[in-house]
Design a protein around this ligand. Sequence first.
Ligand code: CP3
Length: 327
Amino acid sequence: MWLMRQAGRYMDTYQAVRKRVSFMELCRTPELACEVTMMPIEQLGVDAAILFSDILVPLEPMGVKVWFDGGPQIAPAVRCAADVDALRFEGVADDVGYVYEAIGLIRKELASREIPLLGFSGSPWTLASYIIEGGTSRNHHELKRLMFTEPEAMHRLLDKLARVVSAYLRRQIEAGVTAVQIFDTWGILLDRPTWEEFSGQYTARIMRELADCNVPIIHFAKGTHLLPAVEALPCDVVSVDWTVDLGALRAQLGAHRGIQGNIDPAVMRAPDAVIEKAALRCLEAHGPGPGHVVNFGHGITPDANVHAARHLVQAVQELGTSFGGVA
Ligand code: CP3
């Protein structure tokens, strides 16, 4: 078990680091990224580490500025075919050497413990949403405008992003991550056929390109309506939100692929007894047998606290042994 966004603002130790440096500086400083990556390993006892970085990190060398001011800001936003054509893609993965340096440092820290290290990227579609909207958006009007009015430009953008993501994940694997997760946070904006055209086909291509790396690939998306299409992706683990019935998904997927999820992160605000119940429910929903990576259905929120997160991790680890979990 591990927790999406397990290193973050809900931790005092993370806040202390953030008092000294901006979020992007933190991402760009391998020693600090390593220190923060290790916090949930030490404080929560999770079974996996995830590289501390952000999905927006590889956008900067494509030719935009990325900073955080309340939420993520990207400028200039990409709004038309000419903007798309001006973006760089070749050599972009080579320009974020600090990410691979951080991976090397984290691997050294983890050497004495048998803990996997996950790398990650946004999906091309999710990265497109940020680069077109210029940040997090309420209604994604610009993203959908480009998709519906200039589909060729949109496909050229997604193609560039897919090339960047593919090279970026390969470099992370070469640097030492032992699994990768692709976050399609904004896949949920699309109906299934539109998702297949503008998100799924690009992510599938990346997955096929990484097949020779022989590391597990996890795909994360929210939305039950996408599941039949997500199941068709050539990935090893399907990560789902809390609205999905894990037992039904297990029956659908068969025994040979992993399922990740799917506790509602809002349970972090509840008393310990409710957290234990959520842990048990999640384990029961999947049922006994291997292949269940327990996690939240989306990232932990800043209003969580370390006690609640640790309590959840311990509950899952203890109860999990009766469900085929590895202690
Ligand atoms: O999981 C981990 O511990 C690894 C680190 C990680 C971060 N972001 C750190 C972060 C990972 C895997 C991400 C992924 C990410 N980033 C996604 C996909 C997952 C998801 O949540 O859907 C997305 C969409 C982003 C983009 C992003 N980064 C947003 C929208 C924000 C602002 C919202 C927020 O929660 O503040 C961020 C900032 C961010 N990324 C923080 C952290 C710890 C908070 C920054 C701070 O210290 O102020």
